[in-house]
Design a binder for this molecule. Structure first.
Ligand SMILES: *Cc1c(COP(=O)(O)O)cnc(C)c1O
Length: 501
């Protein structure tokens, strides 16, 4: 062979060197152990606030000074250490109990170890053969989760997707194909009147996006009125469906929430399902955040009726405490599983073993090549079982209530709803703001949150409720205690005072 190829292969070989994997791996695991110890003890910043321009510059500096393949193992090891340290130092430390921000899981690191196993060995999916064990883990997990929802294995179908947004799109695509006969082949626009989707008034933006992507048009997304607790009002849903029926408008689906994003409101699913059955309309439940409530004895009542949904989504990278991305889409009736995508890809799906198509995720997934997204959850569940997840739901949801009670007791804080789960929205109202107009009050909350986050003491987020700014917290870390919540209110008071001065 050409000597140039030999030289190139020798340079490549170092990137695959098993001894380096072992050395680097041991080093990284030791660093991670220390990272988790520090984070859990609140030693150091939550979000080390650095302007994006600075971070991009520093990331580019490392990228522009690689060592090359002929560096000695010792030099490579030092470089690896530098990259790992820099990455951990600059990361958002979700495992710090003062992380009380977005609905992103504070995952068990053990799930991440299982993820690393399939990432490093690249058990990519699409067809069974490319990731047989990862596929098996996903199939077994889908059966397990579906059973928890209240279904019988064999009756339903489900799969892991790269996130809830894609899961919503997949479910609504299926609903569209079932509701409008032939539209996969002929396109939308076959019906005399444009079909609509009826959604919860606070539905996640991925639902509206799905309507755009599916060619239905975002204007055909109709919002159903909410009750005083911002839940979908079944009476208004029934009225709306009645009007649409009389007007001859096709309805693709009703989209309910368990729970909604802004304040974590759980819809009355049995009533909504009953109405949908009466009108023969597909019920999709967006249970991205709240699906895990079905694992809890204490909070299971919040998702009563989840099993009546025609389709639902459930994000494991939220309340099943595994790293992103891992979400699930479920179809109650297994017969619908090949309605989502109807074309063949002959180079993927083998006619000599047609039964295998059941295990080729590519038949039902928007993704072709797919990360072994469910493997971390399979590992974690296989270690600890359902009770771990039930405990984590119980603890985090209960801490939402604890925070609410603290807000009620304090005379300088106002909770904006009674939390049903771990999402709590509130405002800080020091005396100086008592008589301020809503604009000023809202602006204060947003500025207060920026100050708090840039101080790196806590991480919380903001939202607008009825157009006025508010503080929003989600207790995502099962290690966040009542003491941390007291410290949060004190930190807000301190930063609020500085802001007003
Ligand atoms: C988070 C969330 C989504 C989007 O899920 P991703 O995994 O972030 O894509 C959709 N709906 C609801 C109710 C959510 O909470």
């Amino acid at each position: 062979m050409h000597p140039m190829i030999h030289a190139a292969r020798d340079r490549i070989r170092v990137a695959y060197d098993p001894d380096l994997v072992r050395t680097f791996g041991h080093y990284m695991i030791d660093q991670l152990g220390e990272y988790f110890r520090q984070a859990e003890q609140c030693a150091g910043p939550v979000l080390p606030w650095i302007e994006p321009q600075t971070n991009v510059r520093d990331a580019a500096a490392l990228l522009h000074t690689p060592l090359g393949g002929d560096a000695s193992p010792g030099v490579l090891r030092d470089r690896f250490a530098e990259l790992v340290e820099q990455s951990l130092d600059r990361s958002h430390r979700l495992h710090d109990p003062r992380y009380i921000g977005h609905q992103v899981a504070v995952p068990s690191p053990i799930a991440g170890l299982f993820d690393a196993l399939t990432a490093i060995t690249n058990q990519a999916m699409a067809i069974y053969e490319m990731g047989p064990w990862a596929t098996a883990a996903e199939c077994a997990l889908v059966d397990q989760l579906g059973t928890q929802i209240g279904w019988t294995p064999g009756d339903f179908s489900g799969l892991a997707t790269h996130g809830g947004s894609l899961a919503n799109l997949t479910a609504l695509l299926t609903a569209r194909n079932v509701a409008v006969d032939g539209c996969w082949e002929a396109g939308v626009g076959q019906t005399t009147q444009p079909p609509v989707i009826l959604v919860h008034g606070d539905a996640h933006y991925s639902v509206t996006r799905a309507a755009g992507v599916l060619g239905l048009g975002t204007r055909q997304v109709l919002r159903v009125g909410l009750d005083e607790q911002r839940r979908m009002d079944p009476a208004r849903l029934a009225d709306r469906l009645g009007q649409l029926r009389r007007a001859g408008r096709p309805v693709i689906a009703v989209v309910a929430c368990a729970c909604s994003t802004p304040i974590g409101a759980f819809d009355p699913l049995p009533e909504i399902a009953d109405i949908c059955q009466r009108f023969h309309v597909w019920l999709h439940v967006d249970a991205a955040h709240g699906g895990s409530a079905c694992l809890s004895t204490q909070y299971g009542h919040l998702v009563r009726g989840l099993d009546l949904a025609d389709s639902l989504i459930w994000d494991a990278h939220k309340m099943l405490f595994v790293p992103a991305l891992c979400a699930f889409v479920f179809l109650r009736d297994r017969a619908h599983r090949f309605e989502t995508f109807r074309q063949d890809a002959p180079y993927l799906f083998d006619p000599t073993a047609p039964g295998l198509a059941e295990y080729d995720s590519g038949m039902r997934n928007l993704e072709c090549t797919k990360r072994a997204a469910a493997f971390g959850l399979w590992g974690l569940w296989s270690m600890f079982g359902r009770s771990l997840f039930a405990d984590m739901v119980d603890v985090t949801f209960s801490m939402g209530r604890v925070l609410y009670e603290k807000l009620v007791e304090a005379d300088d804080f106002v909770p904006l709803h009674q939390p049903q789960c771990n999402i709590v929205v509130f405002r800080h109202m020091p005396g100086a703001l008592r008589d301020a107009p809503p604009d000023r009050v809202g602006q204060f909350q947003l500025e207060l949150r920026r100050r708090l986050v840039e101080s790196s003491e806590f991480y919380i987020v903001s939202t607008k409720l009825n157009g006025v700014g508010a503080l929003r917290t989600t207790v995502m870390n099962p290690l966040t205690t009542a003491d941390h919540l007291d410290q949060l209110l004190d930190a807000l008071r301190r930063h609020g005072k500085q802001l007003l001065a």
